[in-house]
Design a protein around this ligand. Structure first.
Ligand code: MG
Length: 366
């Protein structure tokens, strides 16, 4: 089998939401690069990537350029393709746009691999479980009023969610006292009830001292995890917070590739390894990090793109839960959804996904 053609599009997609937004708060849109990789036997793989808004056009050029280098190669020899791309783009990696561009290609290659063998990706990657826990994300944000978040937490519970994530750390341009942070988490916990797994994302906003101070004050909330409590690359700082707080600390979505996870693990920075399929360069990098985490007895969780990463969390024994952030789901005709707090990967070959042609046309910008 040989790769014979590709088609790459830039899409500006309105973000999906799990619950209604607060009044006056617009739904965010996100740029995605959507890739189709064709072969001489008629099998076609699909992949996506994203890097925020400002450089989305540059990311599309990077995917176009790298996909062009795969023409004529055997799509089942994924590591050979990755080695060629790394060699060709030497000086432009290992992090940043290079890695996120490679992700689209690697995801499409795994989709082809699944279709070639007639198996879903979650089975090819390990096939550990048919159903995994999934949590609601993006519904209880820091820029939403706390009364809205309390109401929405109760709504999510009613919808069947058993895990949900909120945020602390004041939005840009605001400052909150420690007492205000405590109040926000107390109100969401009270509305969700004690039986819900409640996660809380800080998105690197706190300092080490703030993390220790507020982290101790909110111990009563029994959080399932506190995420990205300080700057993502302050491995010793994270390690200090992790050592001093009882709450499990999660992190990893901001780093690229596999090697930074080694340093995070060596510094005891996190209890829960969060892997982003795009910043890890696709399925191949995701699995390498997850296997490394397993050797240290650490669970792994996904970041964004639930329709893809449900396969990976389900594949491995240390897969803990899938983040359901619905930003990318509008790209497809159909995606896996939560049922009774759990989610199942599709049984169809590859990722079991098809791009929604109408959405690609409607929201395509290049
Ligand atoms: Mg996060």
């Amino acid at each position: 089998m040989k790769i014979t053609r590709f088609k790459c599009r830039l899409i500006h997609l309105p973000g999906g939401t799990l619950t209604p937004q607060p009044k006056g708060v617009p739904v965010q849109s996100h740029y995605f690069v959507a890739l189709e990789l064709g072969t001489d036997v008629g099998i076609e793989g699909i992949g996506i990537t994203s890097c925020g808004d400002v450089l989305a056009g540059a990311l599309k050029v990077a995917v176009d350029t790298l996909a062009g280098l795969t023409i004529g190669m055997d799509p089942l020899r994924i590591e050979a393709i990755l080695a060629k791309l790394r060699g060709a783009a030497v000086g432009a990696g290992p992090g940043g746009i290079f890695t996120t561009a490679v992700a689209a290609i690697d995801i499409a290659l795994w989709d082809i691999r699944g279709k070639a063998f007639g198996q879903p990706v979650w089975k090819l990657a390990g096939g550990h479980r048919e159903r995994v826990p999934v949590y609601a994300s993006g519904a209880l944000m820091r820029h939403f009023p706390v009364a809205h978040n309390a109401k929405t937490a109760a709504l999510l519970k009613k919808m069947g969610w058993k895990q949900m994530k909120t945020q602390l750390g004041a939005p840009a341009g605001q400052s909150w006292t420690p007492g205000e942070e405590v109040d926000r988490i107390a109100r969401v916990r009270a509305a969700a009830g004690d039986d819900i797994d409640l996660m809380c994302d800080i998105n690197q906003i706190w300092s080490v001292h703030r993390a220790l101070d507020v982290g101790r004050r909110i111990a009563f909330a029994n959080l399932y995890w506190l995420e990205d409590v300080v700057a993502h690359d302050d491995y010793p700082g994270l390690g200090r917070v992790n050592a001093e707080l009882q709450t499990p600390i999660a992190g990893g979505e901001y780093v690229y590739g596999e090697v930074p996870f080694r340093h995070m693990i060596e510094a005891h920075s996190v209890d829960i390894i969060m892997i982003d399929i795009l910043r890890s360069g696709g399925v191949s990098g995701w699995l390498k990090t997850a296997h490394m985490a397993q050797a240290f007895n650490l669970p792994v969780v996904s970041h964004l793109a639930p329709e893809l990463q449900v396969h990976l969390v389900a594949a491995l024994p240390n897969g803990l839960t899938v983040e359901y952030m619905p930003w990318s789901v509008g790209l497809y005709e159909e995606v896996p959804v939560m049922k009774d707090g759990m989610i199942s990967p599709p049984m169809k070959p590859g990722f079991g996904l098809k791009f929604d042609r109408k959405a690609l046309k409607k929201y395509g910008v290049a």
